[in-house]
Design a protein around this ligand. Structure first.
Ligand code: ATP
Ligand code: MG
Length: 125
């Protein structure tokens, strides 16, 4: 998260990361990385557009079977109609399917939250 936000050159976006360690199936890791990159890029591009400052939070949580990654911005929010049209969000949906994950969008009032839920691989010793 800090790499993507850092590479945007924006110092007016504050970050709050609450991440617990999770095991991700190696076969799904690159798809999850691409999904996260697109969600973060969207937040920088659309939520914090035109120099609008803001706050980005990332929460990583894991249960026994599933892990979740939730990314929330406090931008103007995402019109539900916008989602289906463009390449980025359909890429997220397709990559999620490929990684046996699910992507959901909800209103953060104000802003947008995207949650990725994916099967959690058990740690092997
Ligand atoms: N975090 C967000 N806050 C507000 N609007 C958003 C957010 N994420 C996406 N959107 C809206 O949803 C639309 C679709 O997003 P999507 O990623 O599919 O396309 P894009 O970012 O415009 O183009 P690209 O194909 O390069 O990703 C965006 O054009 C924007 O209007
Ligand atoms: Mg996009």
């Amino acid at each position: 998260v800090s790499d993507v936000v850092g590479s945007s050159g924006r110092s007016d976006i504050t970050l709050d990361v609450k991440a617990q360690p999770l095991f991700v199936d190696a076969a799904n890791a690159s798809a999850l990385g691409l999904i996260l990159n697109e969600i973060l890029t969207n937040a920088i591009k659309h939520a914090f557009t035109d120099g609008r400052s803001g706050h980005l939070s990332l929460v990583v949580e894991g249960g026994n079977d599933y892990g979740t990654i939730r990314i929330c911005d406090d931008g103007p929010g995402m019109p539900s109609a916008a989602r289906s049209k463009s390449i980025g969000t359909s890429l997220i949906t397709r990559l999620a399917r490929q990684a046996r994950a699910e992507a959901t969008w909800r209103n953060n009032m104000p802003g947008t939250c995207v949650t990725i839920t994916f099967p959690q691989t058990a740690a092997r010793s």
